[in-house]
Design a protein around this ligand. Structure first.
Ligand SMILES: C[S@@+](CC[C@H](N)C(=O)[O-])C[C@H]1O[C@@H](n2cnc3c(N)ncnc32)[C@H](O)[C@@H]1O
Length: 152
């Protein structure tokens, strides 16, 4: 299955009307071209690939969204540790690349982002909530960390 669904919605929300790339998306998996989206196929946890991606950036962002999640192993502790590594990498990225007052959203599982990331995010944003969307199945461990008002 391809990725890019969130990029498509983000491009609509931003109101992309030309080929100017106002949205940047990344995933391990490829994505069909979407107008207004620069898509990069990388492993966000791979240092070499990440540095190459980082070097291609020439702007900061208003919003950074991470829906990254590893394939479930069926072992809750392992799944939580894997997603916590992704949340930590995403929050480090957000803290480096968000504009003042920007927002950060990251998928976490019910274990949350981990105490260090939670502390850092609480310190760097005006408001932080743990959110379970109505669309998320009640038996799913899916949760989102929503952080609003980045303080540069
Ligand atoms: C729940 S899906 C999210 C789909 C996404 N919302 C979309 O619109 O396509 C989780 C995604 O995280 C990606 N992922 C997992 N680990 C990753 C990593 N280390 N680097 C980049 N993407 C990763 C997977 O490839 C998968 O597409």
């Amino acid at each position: 299955m391809r990725s890019g669904w969130w990029c498509q919605v983000a491009a609509q929300k931003v109101g992309v009307k030309s080929s100017e790339e106002l949205v940047v998306g990344l995933d391990l998996k490829s994505c069909e071209p979407i107008m207004g989206v620069k898509f990069v196929e990388i492993d966000f946890l791979d240092e070499t690939q990440f540095l190459e991606f980082e070097n291609s950036l020439d702007t900061k962002f208003n919003i950074i969204l991470s829906d990254m999640a590893p394939n479930s192993t069926g072992h809750k502790k392992t799944d939580n540790l894997q997603i916590m590594a992704l949340v930590e990498a995403a929050s480090d990225f957000a803290i480096k690349y968000l504009k003042q007052d920007g927002c950060f959203v990251a998928k976490v599982l019910d274990a949350g982002p981990g105490p260090e990331v939670q502390r850092l995010v609480n310190k760097k944003f005006e408001k932080v909530i743990n959110f379970k969307p109505k669309a998320s199945r009640s038996d799913s461990s899916e949760r989102y960390l929503v952080a609003i008002g980045y303080k540069e």
